[in-house]
Structure formats: C-alpha cells, structure tokens
Design a protein around this ligand. Structure first.
Ligand code: UD1
Ligand code: CA
Length: 455
C-alpha cells in the first residue's frame, strides 16, 4: 500500500499577528510544519505534498532541503478545495492521509492506528470527544452508531450542536474514491467554502463504511491559532520530554523549567538544575551535573563532568571529570579534555585543552593548542587576531602562564616553561625556562608626593 500525505498549510494565521507565516512559528525550536512533516515521514509516506498559500515562498524555502512537493492554493476556498489542489501530486498513491501544518504534535503511532483501523474500508476519520465542541465539525452517527456525515458548527442545527464527538480534521481515504468525492462537493453552506468534511456524507450515501479512531492524547490534535495556544503546546511538549528523561534515569530539579529544542540524550544519573536550554544535539555522559541557567547547544559532555551555573556551551566536546563554569563560555571548536577546569568569565573557541589543564579565571583562549597539566593564570589572553587573519598559539605540557599574560600569536610556549605575570609574549619561549617581558621595578628614594600649600 502506497501512502501519500497532504499537509494543509495555506491558512493566513491572522491571530498570530505576525509577519511570519503561522506554520513557520517554532515549537521546540523548529517550525510547526517540520514537526508535521516528520510525522508524515515516520509513517513511511512515499509522497508528501504541502498546500501553501499565505507566505508560500517562505514556507517552501523553509522546506527546501526536505523531501516534499508543494502546491499553491491561490484562493483560500476551503479545506476541500485545498485538498483538490494536491491531488495531482498523488496520482500513483493508494491512500491519502490529510494532516495540518498548524497541528504539530500528532503522533505517528496514532496515525498508524488510523491507517490500520480503516484498512478494510475507503475512509477513516480521527475523531475525539470534547466537553466544549464549539467551532468543530460534529460527527453525526445513525441509530446503530455508524458515521453518516460531518456537520460544521456554523451549519449545525440545535440537536447537532449537542454532539460532543468532533472532527479533528485528520482523515485517511482511498485515493481514487477521494478524488471522486471531492468532485462532488460544493460551497452551498454558511461559510461559502468547499468543505473537505462534505466527502463523509457523500461516501456514506454511496454505502461506504467510515472507520473512526481516537488519538491517544488530545494535545496531539490541538491546532494553533495564536501565540497563547502555541506557548501552551510548547509547555506540553517540554513536559513530555522532561517526563521521558526522568523515566530514563535523569534527575530534573523542576520539570517545568527545562527546554529541549532538539535532542537531549542523557546517560545514567545525570542531574539537571533549573532553566536549562538545550539546542541541537546534546549528549551528556553518566553523572554529569548541570547547574542552573545553562545553555547547551550541539555539544557532548563526558561522564562525571560538572557544568556550573550560567555557562554557555556550543559546538564543543568536554571530556570526563572536568569542571566548567560558573559563567564559562565554550564556543564552537573548543575541545576540552578530561579533568580540566574552566572557570568564571573564561571564553574558549577553536582550541584544545589536554588532560588536567586549568583556565580558572577571566581569560580568552582562541585558536590555541594547549598541552596537559597546563596552568593558565587569571586574565591571560591569546591575541589571535591581527585585524586580518587568525593565528594559533601553542602551549606545551606542564607550562605555567602567569596572570595577565598576552600571548601574541603566532607564538609557542615550550613544555614546562613558566611565563612571568604581566608579560606580553611575542616570540616563542623555550621549554623549562622562565620567560618574562616586564620593565624592571624601581623605587625612587628621594621622590616626594606634591602637597597643597596651607594658606
Ligand atoms: C476544520 C474542519 C472541522 C474540524 C476542524 C478541526 C472543515 C470544513 N472543517 O474546521 O470539521 O472540526 O477543522 O480543527 O474542514 N486550510 C487551507 N486552505 C483553505 C482552508 C483551510 O489550507 O482553503 C487549512 C487551514 O490553514 C487550517 C486547516 O486547513 O490549517 C483548517 O481550516 P479551518 O478553516 O481552520 O477549518 P475549521 O473551521 O477549523
Ligand atoms: Ca481551525
């Protein structure tokens, strides 16, 4: 069976009050429509076609790298009309599943159930029971409980308004039958739109049985119309991520104060304090502890390492048993070894620190290769940029760099070398020796501080 998916995404999203098309607003760091496309692809859909309208160029650009077709719905004449636009892209497909670009958290597991439950017939609906059905299409069943049709809220008569079973909008149908039914719908209704939901009445009038399936959780079929709903769904998503992490052996100080925008993988006994933001792919080894208010982006932290409060770590690998922060900033290309210490107000980028090296306070390390057991004193700066090019600094094992040293790259400090505090190092320094560049200290014996005349 070849499954195709049509994603409706032509809506204006007026209530977002945004220049950005609604389906491009991010949830967990990614555009809404990307979540829907992921679900479609997880089902093994052989083709996905997005129906774009408002801001179509931007939507297409955002999906340029993804495997999907596009059609433009120039006039927004209703959900049935929108689906019709995508049917040419489904010609070789057996069954068509209809999803929505603004219903981001639909689970592949639910969709698989919908497809399986309706395998014996030409039409399957995902429906749900709600306490307040305002605005939804109502599922009208006959005396024996079979679905007859869907009536939209605005077109519903008094008794139909009482129906609590509603249409989620998600439908699966045999492709050729769907094309046939779509050809029969019209726009003679209160909204003057071509309703997709009219195909249900047409199908049942032709003796088709309609299968229904219910999602595992209501949030799966929640649509987003404004930023309040978007924020609510974001919290729901994050709580689920947190619950999953905790069930797999991670401690989270407050599951309401973690944001994972990407994938976070934690080995056993990781502990996360409040207000962690993770972006991209983050991997934390066993027993890693993350202090409050940290940002981790595309990084790998080795076992037993501790990241202290207010640290920002991006595009980095940190080894085992190290201590980073508080207030540390590791930028892309920082490779921190095992048992290292990187302390407060230290920035490191495109640099390697081998085992046991310490940069504890107020330093900038850029484009440097630093050996093992090196001690970098407070206020050390690698002057890596000459205004045009970047240059590297090399520091051998066991070197000791005195406080407030400026290392003017390209420059190398030999293994075991000591650099006197306050030096400006412009030439490479020999191994095992003390090098310093510093004016001699002198004391003027007869100097007197000027005094004010007493009048
Ligand atoms: C629709 C269903 C209703 C269901 C509800 C669930 C119809 C006629 N009604 O109603 O039974 O209970 O969803 O939320 O289908 N869209 C287009 N092009 C169009 C019209 C809509 O792409 O011409 C897209 C919208 O961007 C939106 C989705 O289709 O994502 C639903 O359209 P909307 O007008 O919001 O339908 P509802 O009135 O909510
Ligand atoms: Ca809607």
């Amino acid at each position: 069976m070849k499954l195709g998916v049509i994603i409706l995404a032509a809506g204006k999203g007026t209530r977002m009050r945004s220049a950005l098309p609604k389906v491009l607003h991010p949830l967990a760091g990614r555009p809404l429509i990307h979540h829907v496309l992921d679900a479609a692809q997880a089902l093994g859909a052989v083709r996905v076609c997005c129906v774009c309208g408002h801001g179509g160029q931007q939507v297409m650009a955002s999906l340029a790298e993804r495997d999907c077709d596009f059609v433009e719905q120039r006039e927004r004449l209703g959900t049935g009309h929108a689906v019709m636009q995508a049917m040419p892209s489904m010609e070789d497909i057996d069954r068509v599943l209809i999803l929505y670009g603004d219903v981001p958290l639909i689970e592949p597991e639910t969709l698989n159930r919908l497809v399986a439950d309706s395998a014996h017939t030409a039409l399957g609906l995902l429906t749900i029971h709600v306490n307040d059905p305002t605005g939804y299409g109502r599922i009208v069943r006959n005396k024996t409980g079979s679905v007859c049709r869907i009536v939209e809220h605005k077109d519903a008569a008094e008794p139909e308004l009482e129906i609590k079973e509603v249409n989620t909008g998600i439908i699966v149908a045999e492709r050729s039958a769907l094309a046939d039914w779509l050809g029969q719908i019209d726009n003679r209704n209160v909204k003057g739109e071509y309703y997709l939901t009219d195909i249900i009445g047409i199908a049942t009038a032709n003796g088709v049985e309609v299968a229904t399936t219910t999602p595992s959780r209501p949030e799966e079929v929640a649509g987003i119309n404004d930023r309040v709903q978007l924020a609510a769904l974001e919290r729901y998503y994050q709580q689920r991520v947190a619950a999953c992490l905790m069930r797999n052996g991670t401690s989270i100080a407050d599951p309401a104060r973690i944001d994972v925008r990407g994938t976070l993988v934690c080995e056993r006994d990781v502990a996360l304090d409040v207000n962690l933001v993770c972006e991209g792919r983050v991997h934390l080894g066993a027993n890693v502890r993350i202090g409050p208010n940290c940002l981790l982006k595309n990084c790998e932290i080795g076992p037993d390492t501790e990241i202290l409060a207010y640290s920002m770590i991006e595009g980095t690998c940190v080894g085992a048993g190290s201590r980073i922060g508080p207030f540390a900033r590791l930028r892309p290309g920082a490779m921190i070894g095992d048992e290292c210490h990187v302390g407060n107000f230290v920035e490191i980028k495109q640099s390697q620190l081998a085992t046991g090296t310490k940069v504890n306070h107020l330093s900038y390390i850029g484009d440097a290769d630093i050996g093992e057991q090196v001690n970098i004193g407070a206020g050390t700066i690698t002057c890596n940029y000459d205004g045009a090019r970047k240059h590297r600094t090399q520091i051998g094992d066991d070197a000791f760099i005195g406080s407030n040293t400026a290392l003017v790259a390209p420059v190398a400090v030999g293994a075991g070398a000591t650099i006197g505090a306050g030096s400006v190092i412009t030439c490479s320094t020999p191994a095992g020796k003390l090098t310093l560049s510093r004016p001699q200290q002198l004391t003027l014996e007869h100097w007197q501080r000027p005094r004010k005349d007493k009048t």
